[in-house]
Design a protein around this ligand. Sequence first.
Ligand code: GLN
Length: 481
Amino acid sequence: MSELYHLTLSEAREKLLDREISASELTAACLGRIERSEPEIRACLTVMAEQAVQTAAELDRRGPDPERPLWGLPLGLKDLYCTKGVRTTAASRMLENYVPAYDAHVVSKLKEAGAVLMCKTNLDEFAMGSSTEFSAFGLTRNPWDQSKIPGGSSGGAAASVAAYQTPGGLGTDTGGSIRQPAALCGCVGLKPTYGRVSRYGILAFASSLDQAGPLARRVRDVAWLLKVMAGPDDRDNTCSTRPAEDYPSAAPGKLKGLRLGLPQELWEARLDPDVAEVVKKAFAALEAAGAVLIPMAMPNLRYSVAAYYILATAEASTNLARFDGLRYGRRSEKPRDLTELYTASRSEALGPEVQRRILLGTFALSAGYYDAYYQQAARVRRLIRDDYFQALDRCDFLLAPVSSLPAWDFGRFAHDPVTVYQLDLMTLPVNLAGLPALSLPAGLGPRSGLPVGLQLIGRPFDEMNLLGAGLAFEEAFPPLL
Ligand code: GLN
């Protein structure tokens, strides 16, 4: 039997506006679902049950408002978004008891739009990782198979949506953290163009790469969320002054004649047989529908993992310097002197992956190595961007895998961080180039029964057409959730 929490965001939206259901009913259904699924899935670090019930009641009291695009819709937030009065941890012991005095820009936009904020979702500590196993507060399970990771770093957000806890949620994508968990959990995920969404109030990992974006079960649903998230913000200098567009009105594109560029460097990488199988079928379906698949050489993509892990760790080492136990973050109990206060606070409160990245980044930025590593990586980044722009001149969108593996077993790469870094090859280059990309479910792997995704990559600020193409895809490849 279909329950209220099964409604997609767009379906729920219509029913709310038509007064077929109330915000309180939907909120109660989702809270019930959270309560029943959390013991197994563990997608949430904090559930804002009381606050959600109150918000929904308040909304109902005043009645549906079509001017508020997310009126009455329950949403989850990756626990990297600052929420006024609600603990915000970045899944780190460092911020275990941090209660922000302000809302992230995006969070205040969601509130203005009438959303009901339900939960803060789990992630890899400070968004560093691809499996959500690096959370200091325990792992999140993939609703498709609880012995598997949900992907990461926005694994909690994806698992929560896939477990029908909420019809949509927000993640962040520095090197794939929205697209990859969306793919591994069968959701739709959008990484907007760099600068499309304000980063104000989102705990920073790598500021030149971080971008906030939505996850949901349908393309139209992420369009509704983007409509509210996108747009200028004086408090983030890297945020574009272009106004948001009316993304939900994107018209479905046509597959017939659609020119899709295939980055050879990615498609030639070794794909898991399940992924390869789904992709083969997808290509056949796309060609049967009249799309034109054009292999494209993008030679510099092969350097993207190396460049990303220098640039991202360099920026992370700088951004995380503020957590010194003095001004920000948890303080060690009884340090003997100032130096020990710093080292002990940071050693106790930051996990091994975060420490590894701070070390790597500090090294890459240190005198004598800056030219050899950081500056070189910055040059490579420009070449990667050029490759994309040249390729996008010759096609409508690029089509790429999201992950060479479907969801994997917990602990599979526990002793092999470099292999996990290499798995990010499919998603990182898009962040280096600052482009928008939409991760879409393409089917279930025949052996594992697990979701496999594909991503469409577009031109800067072309989210409207990207979503239109996504709608056409959705018709060809039925949603998995
Ligand atoms: N997996 C990548 C990393 O570990 C990307 C993370 C992200 O996008 N936040 O850095």
